[in-house]
Design a protein around this ligand. Structure first.
Ligand SMILES: *Cc1c(COP(=O)(O)O)cnc(C)c1O
Length: 475
């Protein structure tokens, strides 16, 4: 049987060049014009249904026809998460070098699972995670790290590791603690790992959204009295709602005393270690057993790249190593790390590449400056609110997040009216597609939230967005 070129899924060299240039041109055009695009996509299921109405095609379609369809109809129907006016959730201010790094990783299809398959990819992951270990004050030799698809997977890997180290195989009496502001991915990980509701303690936070230390201590003491095994505590270093950092030093002391695994979820906030005042806020992070950071947030990487760092690399290999017969020939020696032994995934894409290339190209100093700028921008935004008689600050600028609401002085709106008007402002802004600004709930109030981690967002962008909000509020 002889296959045709198409049946081997091949293109000629000229076709590949033509196609590739078109793809690169479109990515460059996107970077060049993204500030002028609408940050919000609003298509309904019905509209999307009519866009992709095709059955699986048996016959080929012209390559350029498919590409044109994708460029014109698909890539245009998503939020532009790196737009300067994309303020909601945690934005994704990516960078071009890393996007090209990802293209190379896919283009060369590097298998980043084991040393033998790709020594340079494994070494680059060791080097890049060592950079991070050093930044967070973890021991380089003993410490370890692994790139994951994102923060959710890093938190999952952390809880699995904590459980293995602290409980072995019997976790029937194990109890895990986290605050009511901890990210939902932690609870998801805990549930998926098979813990029951009775094994999870959600500790209330105080008026500053920090975990109540005494409430945590009491919960641990009570569980011990009942013969249960407190094994893990998950702190937040930059909660998603307000950017709040839990009191890490105090928590480290409690965990040490109680021999509890101390995991810090610093998925979005961890990057602030690169700014002077951020580093101050994150003091104590170096005392964790494990840290989640999410380079596809404030390290300006394209999706997907998360990272778990551990104080002792053996905790990862001790949790995730299986020795199947079909991998015996590539086991190698111990210094040659097989990342498939350090996490869930066997086949892994080459995530370290984009991280390495962008930091090497721009220099860490550029990242430091960008992150410092973002923290300052949020503080300036807070000042703007404080000076205004229309806006109220609900939680102060912390790690580039600020929560606020429209509450004009003299209008004496009640809580219900305030909730309604702020909800409506958000809905109208989103509907206008000029900015992505959605609400969250704090202290049972509907509030607006900005996460200002995009270095291309200016104070002018913020002001014009708020003026748009004021205009909608008048209506
Ligand atoms: C975003 C976030 C996560 C989840 O990370 P993903 O990359 O979206 O999976 C976890 N924790 C915190 C604090 C986050 O901000």
């Amino acid at each position: 049987m002889i296959l045709t070129k198409t049946e081997k899924l091949e293109l000629t060299k000229e076709e590949m060049l033509d196609y590739g240039y078109k793809v690169v041109d479109s990515i460059v055009a996107h970077f060049d014009t993204q500030n002028e695009k609408f940050p919000v996509a609003t298509a309904s299921r019905k509209e999307m249904d009519s866009l992709f109405k095709d059955e699986v095609p048996e016959k080929p379609t012209d390559a350029n026809e498919v590409l044109d369809f994708v460029l014109q109809k698909v890539m245009t129907q998503s939020n532009v998460v790196s737009h300067p006016k994309s303020y909601s959730f945690v934005p994704g201010p990516s960078n071009f070098i890393s996007a090209m790094g990802d293209s190379l990783a896919s283009g060369f299809n590097i298998f980043s699972g084991g040393w033998a398959a790709s020594p340079a990819a494994a070494q680059m992951e060791i080097v890049a995670t060592n950079w991070l270990l050093k930044l967070y004050g973890f021991p380089i030799k003993r410490g370890g790290g692994i790139f994951t698809s994102g923060g959710s997977m890093a938190n999952f890997t952390a809880v699995a590791t904590a459980r293995k180290v602290k409980c072995g195989d019997d976790f029937s009496k194990a109890v895990i603690y986290l605050s009511d502001q901890a990210h939902s991915s932690n609870i998801k990980a805990i549930r998926v790992l098979g813990f029951s509701k009775e094994q999870i303690r959600i500790i209330p936070t105080d008026s500053e959204f920090k975990i109540g230390i005494n409430k945590l201590k009491n919960a641990i003491a009570k569980d011990k009295l009942e013969g249960l095994q407190p094994f893990c505590f998950i702190a937040s270093a930059g909660t998603t709602n307000t950017g709040t950092v839990d009191p890490l030093n105090e928590l480290a002391a409690i965990c040490k005393k109680e021999k509890i695994w101390f995991h810090i979820d610093a998925a979005y906030g961890g990057a602030a270690i690169l700014a002077k005042n951020g580093k101050q806020l994150l003091k104590g992070i170096e005392k964790a057993d494990s840290i989640t950071v999410d380079p596809h947030k404030w390290f300006f990487q394209p999706y997907e790249i998360g990272c778990l760092l551990v104080r002792n690399h053996k905790s990862l290999s001790g949790t995730f190593t299986e020795k199947p017969e079909y991998l015996r020939d590539i086991e190698g020696n111990e210094s040659e790390i097989n990342f498939y032994d350090h996490g869930i995934e066997l086949t892994r894409r080459f995530r370290a590449l984009k991280f390495y290339m962008s930091i090497k190209t721009f220099g860490l100093k550029a990242f430091r400056k960008a992150i410092t700028y973002n923290i300052k921008l949020a503080e300036e935004t807070e000042e703007y609110f404080r000076k205004s008689d229309k806006w109220e600050v609900v939680s102060p600028a912390t790690l580039a997040i600020i929560n606020f609401r429209y509450n004009p002085i003299g209008k004496n709106l009640n809580e219900k009216q305030l909730d309604k008007i702020n909800q409506l402002i958000s809905e109208k802004v989103v509907l206008s597609r000029k900015a992505l600004l959605v609400t969250t709930i704090l202290n049972k109030q509907v509030v607006l939230r900005m996460c200002l981690i995009n270095p291309r967002t200016t104070m002018e962008d913020v002001k014009s967005t708020l003026q748009l909000c004021e205009q909608f509020a008048q209506e």
